[in-house]
Design a binder for this molecule. Structure first.
Ligand SMILES: Cc1ncc(COP(=O)(O)O)c(C=O)c1O
Length: 359
């Protein structure tokens, strides 16, 4: 059986759109894509040798090569898109038959999995994390029906911050072999004290990993993320992806962030975020208004306050915005606090201490 047998039959048989940029290489005279012959007014030209009046390479080779090196996977296993959000949507579209198949998630977790499922009319099976916000693999496997096509696991999990072990991921992928795709969302893995599950890719053809440049790499505004998966899955998704997913300025920004200097700076910043996360957590647990700080392997802390609404309002008055995650199951009373710069974190702590004194 091929992994593609799990995909929707009409997608497997789809004649993909063939774009001008994929049909022909760049040449001196480019008259094949109905582009303008002139660069746009007011834009400094060229952007690292790339002309904005030309459509970008759908999967730019230089960026693909950098990401393959960064993630230690073969280029054929990478699909680059507009953030990892795009891959979540593509996976559900390609693998779930309308009105028939389901996806599964382990709440409380990142909201886009269920939103993409709802948009596409897919049933979303929810297998909650246990009392300590960890995944119970036995319960998960028990609850998964035959109609399941994709399970999304988030590690470190947003918004609770916990990791899923490689042993658990391997067990789930083995149990769902020839049944469903297992997608591990590693948007925050750079901040974790554990390696990426990409090391498991060669062992499980139904495993996929989501990575993004939006978090540790500071490129949320550029919208660059990827799916790492079996090369057949990657080719299938490329067929349903719009022809030019990555804007040229985003490609240029990503290449700059991934050069030797960018790698070094990012490594330092990750170290800083991790040490600030620990400093923040230690300071927060000492505050009387804090009930619990969940252990986190990400660049945020999920914190339970005695009166989260009051804390959030008062922080806002002090110019500090944090996220209320109380709408998630079992997270009533919790706020998610992103770890910022040292100065930002100190400002947060000072505001919280002031509240304690005045409140
Ligand atoms: C767990 C998780 N996955 C994916 C994303 C989306 O990231 P991107 O910016 O790559 O679309 C986020 C964004 O917050 C996230 O928290």
């Amino acid at each position: 059986m091929s992994i593609l047998d799990l995909a929707r039959p009409e997608i497997r048989g789809l004649q993909a759109y063939s774009s001008a940029r994929t049909e022909a290489a760049m040449a001196e005279v480019m008259l094949n894509a109905n582009e303008s012959a002139w660069p746009p007014a007011g834009v400094p030209m060229p952007l690292h040798g790339r002309s904005l009046n030309r459509y970008p390479d759908p999967q730019p080779r230089d960026l693909l090569a950098r990401l393959a090196e960064l993630y230690s996977v073969d280029e054929s296993r990478i699909l680059m898109g507009r953030g990892s959000d795009e891959a979540i949507d593509l996976l559900i579209r390609a693998f779930r038959r309308p009105g028939m198949d389901a996806i599964a998630i382990a709440p409380p977790t990142f909201g886009m999995y269920s939103v993409c499922a709802a948009i596409q009319g897919a049933k979303c099976i929810q297998v909650p994390l246990d009392r300590r916000f960890e995944l119970d693999v036995d319960v998960l496997l028990e609850k998964l029906p035959a109609s399941l096509k994709v399970v999304f696991l988030c590690s470190p999990n947003n918004p609770t911050g916990g990791l899923i072990s490689h042993a658990s991921i391997g067990r789930i992928a083995t149990a769902l072999h020839e049944r469903a795709l297992v997608i591990v969302d590693e948007a925050y893995i750079e901040f974790a004290n554990a390696p990426s599950a990409t090391v498991l890719l060669g062992r499980h053809e139904n495993l996929g990993i989501l990575r993004t440049l939006s978090k540790a790499w500071g490129l949320a505004g550029a919208r660059v993320g990827c799916l790492l998966a079996d090369s057949e899955v990657i080719s299938l998704l490329r067929r349903i992806m719009p022809p030019y997913p990555l804007p040229t300025p985003s490609i240029v920004a990503a290449l700059a962030a991934l050069n030797a200097e960018g790698l070094e700076l990012t490594r330092q910043r990750i170290g800083l975020v991790v040490s600030e996360r620990e400093r923040l957590a230690a300071a927060l647990v000492r505050l009387p208004s804090v009930v619990e700080v969940l252990p986190s392997q990400a660049n945020f802390l999920c914190v339970r306050f005695d009166d989260a609404a009051r804390v959030q309002r008062s922080l806002q008055r002090d110019g500090v915005i944090v996220r209320d995650v109380g709408r998630h199951p079992r997270l009533e009373g919790y706020l998610r606090i992103t770890v910022g710069s040292r100065e930002e974190n100190s400002r947060l702590l000072e505001a919280l201490v002031r509240q304690e004194v005045s409140g």
